[in-house]
Design a protein around this ligand. Structure first.
Ligand SMILES: *Cc1c(COP(=O)(O)O)cnc(C)c1O
Length: 343
């Protein structure tokens, strides 16, 4: 079998949820957008529901409908993109709770589904989603009927960044005197401490073992099979563009896995893979389905190497490729054979 094996540790996922939930006195939701950060939305949502999550968030109404199918009635499913044109039927049928981002979305929602629950997203300085103070002044009269008032921090993974305190102050000011439940913190905000917790935290990446939740248990392991190993003589090149030239006799393994599997080209010649405890450097360019690794240091020829696992987290691999763990996770491709470790 040439497909890589992606192992998802559901026990670690549940443990990360419980650890993040134990950090705050209020409720802890689970963000399961982008197919549960690439790990499989239904599987992830069901595991987190069993671990105690009662509220879930997704990016789009379509994602919300898939989560509703997986979870059945009961849990609240919030949609960050709010109530977009064309979403009304899905919002109603899957009983989703849109986080309304503008006066226009609020008007659309109230006209289409007058008695249907909604939350409101406020922009406290990130300038991405949510009502600005001027929209908010005109819409604030509806705050009491919302199920949640929320905002999102731009720099929560940098605790010393002054924008954290500035956004906290703006959120407090925009919501002062309103009794509706409030939420400001994702994973990073949860770690910033109780001032940022309000009634509900909304971690995503920390659940899946990612930075900035340093104490997270790793959730994924990715093992790639070796298709063949060849001896390369000094001066020979490997792969597209002949970008690698052997400076001595080398043993080069060709592995099944490439950029079509989310192993992005930026990893070329920079990432490390592991044959058991032996680190092996990726050499040459990542191609669509294949990549090359120097296995000269291995005592016995390996039949597979780990690119994610006990020796390398998603964030360490991301660092090597100049990106972030979120991008590595959400790029994990559909070709892997997925195995789960039950909680
Ligand atoms: C993605 C997202 C989250 C979760 O963020 P993490 O950094 O993954 O914990 C929370 N809230 C909003 C609005 C988001 O877009």
């Amino acid at each position: 079998m040439a497909s890589g094996i992606l192992t998802i540790d559901l026990g670690a996922l549940a443990a990360n949820y419980r650890a993040l939930a134990a950090m705050n006195a209020g409720e802890t939701a689970a963000v399961v957008k982008a197919d549960g950060y690439g790990l499989g939305a239904a599987l992830v949502a069901q595991t987190l529901a069993e671990a105690g999550a009662r509220r879930f968030f997704v990016a789009t109404a379509e994602e919300g409908a898939a989560i509703r199918k997986a979870l059945g009635d009961g849990p609240e499913i919030g949609v960050f993109s709010g109530h977009m044109e064309g979403d009304t039927r899905l919002i109603q049928q899957a009983h989703l709770t849109p986080m309304l981002n503008s006066a226009a979305q609020l008007e659309r929602h109230r006209a289409a589904l007058p008695d249907h629950p909604f939350g409101i997203q406020l922009d406290t300085g990130m300038n991405r989603l949510g009502m600005e103070p001027s929209d908010w002044a005109a819409s604030r009269e509806h705050a009491g009927t919302a199920t949640l008032l929320m905002s999102h921090l731009a720099c929560a993974d940098e605790p010393a960044h002054p924008q954290n305190a500035a956004q906290l102050a703006a959120f407090r000011e925009m919501t002062s005197g309103i009794d509706t439940p409030k939420s400001l913190a994702a994973t990073g905000g949860t770690l910033l401490g109780p001032d940022y917790h309000f009634d509900l935290t909304r971690p995503g990446v920390g659940l899946y073992g990612g930075h900035p939740f340093a104490n997270a248990q790793p959730v994924v392991r990715l093992s790639l099979p070796v298709i063949q190993i060849r001896d390369v003589a000094p001066g020979e090149t490997v792969g597209y563009g002949a970008s690698y030239t052997a400076n001595g006799p080398r043993k080069i393994a060709t592995l099944s896995g490439g950029y079509a599997d989310g192993l992005i080209r930026a990893m070329s010649s920079r990432a490390t893979l592991w044959a058991g405890d032996t680190p092996c450097l990726m050499i040459g360019r990542v191609s669509m389905d294949l990549l090359s690794v120097d296995v000269s240091d291995c005592a016995t020829p390996p039949d597979h190497l780990d690119i994610l696992g006990p020796h390398q987290t998603v964030d360490q691999l991301a660092d090597a490729a100049g990106t972030i763990g979120y991008e590595i996770l959400t790029s994990l491709g559909p070709r892997y054979t997925r195995k789960v470790i039950a909680p």
